[in-house]
Design a protein around this ligand. Structure first.
Ligand SMILES: [Cu+2]
Length: 108
């Protein structure tokens, strides 16, 4: 009779263990995705609009992103970088992807 109780306790505990390991797997996958960012992309384009921490650049094709030429907004976090940029200027620049944003990291 005692043995039956022990067996029941072990079986009852098992689904909890499985549920926990499943949760950990989900977490690992999310972390992998985050680490996919960080690649530096190079592009050339003309600045068509300037805002507080954003510039719109009509850029030429970017092979590393598989982008055709287009006009789009880039985030500029660095104020020193922002001061180098003028509206209408043609720039060679570098950027990284950060979530849904594209952040300019260098301007030549
Ligand atoms: Cu683009």
């Amino acid at each position: 009779m005692k043995r039956a109780i022990v067996l029941f306790a072990v079986l009852a505990a098992m689904p909890v263990v499985f549920a926990q390991s499943g949760g950990m797997k989900g977490m690992d996958m999310k972390m992998d995705k985050k680490e996919a960012h960080g690649t530096v992309h190079k592009a050339t384009g003309v600045v068509t609009k300037m805002e507080k921490d954003k510039v719109t650049i009509k850029h030429e094709p970017v092979q590393s992103m598989n982008w055709p030429s287009m006009s789009m907004a880039f985030t500029v976090k660095d104020k020193a970088l922002m001061s180098k940029i003028k509206n209408g200027q043609k720039i060679d620049f570098e950027f990284v992807q950060a979530g849904r944003n594209y952040v300019v990291t260098a301007v030549k």
